[in-house]
Unconditional design. Structure first.
Length: 188
């Protein structure tokens, strides 16, 4: 009887120690053998890389240069160059070239030319795929109109907004249309 009395408590103690040390060693093994927990979610697939987009910075730079080239060509034409579309080719679409030359013909035919150049600043470009809007502030106060060697007096108005639409065709940008000043989103 005495053996039975000892076996019960000893067996209970062994089982208790065995269970607790087994649980602890299992926990220790799991902690020691596992990598440190990550703050990243696990079991989820990685998000795919977004498709490669055109380089907006390159488009903006190309459109800023196109805009500068446009104004250089307009200055050349209005300051007395022969009114032909050549300076605007590769910069503006045919309809925009036609509109600008049509605007210049009556002025030139009346004996007026310009001297100097406008101050163009605050160029703002918005690109949406193959379409863009190019806005700027243009001050024509020092770009005078001359007839028979005399400056034609005009009111000085300071800078005002100009808005152009542009499109990319066959990988190249062209200014396609000048929009009304009321469509400007910039303030000059």
């Amino acid at each position: 009887m005495r053996t039975r009395a000892l076996i019960g408590p000893v067996l209970a103690a062994v089982l208790a120690v065995g269970c607790s040390s087994g649980e602890e060693s299992g926990k220790d093994d799991a902690i020691a053998g596992s990598p440190a927990p990550s703050s990243e979610p696990t079991g989820r697939p990685e998000e795919p890389e977004p498709p490669e987009q055109p380089d907006d910075a390159a488009d903006v730079a190309a459109l800023e240069q196109l805009h500068a080239d446009y104004w250089a060509a307009i200055v050349e034409l209005e300051n007395g160059a022969e009114l032909k579309p050549d300076p605007l080719r590769g910069i503006a679409a045919d309809l925009l070239i036609e509109a600008q030359l049509s605007r210049m013909y009556p002025i030139r035919n009346s004996g007026h030319v310009r001297e100097g150049e406008p101050v163009v600043g605050n160029v703002t470009v918005t690109v949406e795929g193959d379409a863009a809007t190019v806005e700027s502030c243009v001050d024509e106060d020092d770009w005078i109109i001359v007839k028979d060697g005399e400056e034609v007096p005009l009111d000085k108005t300071g800078p005002g907004p100009r808005v152009f639409l542009a499109e990319r065709t066959d990988g190249a940008w062209l200014l396609t249309e000048q929009r009304p000043i009321e469509e400007a989103t910039i303030t000059c």
